[in-house]
Write a protein of this length. Structure first.
Lengths: 112, 117
């Protein structure tokens, strides 16, 4: 069974701090995605990482896919209150790319 | 309206009621999905439709009945639900149902917050 575990589950920090969120599995994934969900809204895709060791940057967000394609991390530099939300990682079922498996999410709160 | 819309946004129902959730996508996509999001649990994929054909029923109890009359509309009919069915129900769509190892981008609606009393 393919499972994704995220840590930490909750994170409360002050504006300007840096943070890292982790997504781990014992299974190999062909790719991993990161979504952000704000209160009252559905998840919105931030990035898809495909190649082992790949690093992608989206402004202050840096995403990394592990070399063995079993894990990923999201690093936020100088967090802002607008970064507050639920961060979800997701990966496709083996050879069923359209059917996603999600982690349980990391709830991030950035206080001004 | 643009993107993926869901109605109603909030629903409170008794265990003996029958209600329906509606999802509409204005993106010209061909695949649509129902997910259940419960507190502290991962999003659970419930149903998948590709070109109006159901391709996934993830062991969902029969008290949940999906309907996809066309590629733009998706319904979830509810009857004799249990309190543990209270959750946020999310609809999503994607251009196609990816069949290989790489996922397509899924676009989510805002969800229907369901409370079963």
């Amino acid at each position: 069974t393919q499972l994704l575990e995220q840590s930490p589950q909750f994170l409360s920090i002050q504006e300007g701090e840096n943070l890292t969120v982790y997504c781990n599995s014992s299974s190999v994934f062909s790719s991993l995605q990161w979504y952000r969900q704000e209160p009252g809204e559905g998840p919105v895709l931030l990035v898809t990482v495909v190649t082992g060791g790949e690093v992608k940057k989206l402004k202050r967000l840096t995403f990394q896919f592990g070399d063995a394609r079993k894990d990923s991390s999201l690093h936020i530099t100088a967090a802002q209150p607008g970064d507050t939300g639920l961060y979800l990682c997701a990966g496709p079922r083996y050879n069923q790319g359209g059917k996603l498996i999600f982690g349980q999410g990391t709830e991030l709160s950035v206080k001004p | 309206e643009t993107g993926v819309t869901q109605t109603p946004r909030h629903l409170v129902m008794g265990m003996t009621n029958k209600k329906s959730l509606k999802c509409e996508q204005h993106l010209g996509h061909n695949a649509m999905y129902w997910y259940k999001q419960s507190a502290k649990k991962p999003l659970e994929l419930m149903f998948v439709y590709n070109f109006k054909e159901q391709t996934e029923n993830n062991s969902v109890p029969s008290r949940f009945s999906p309907e996809c009359p066309n590629s733009s509309h998706l319904f979830l009919h509810l009857h004799t639900l249990q309190p543990e069915d209270s959750a946020l129900y999310l609809c999503a769509s994607s251009p196609l149902l990816a069949g290989g190892p790489l996922p397509d981008t899924q676009y989510f609606g805002p969800g229907t917050r369901l409370t079963v009393l």
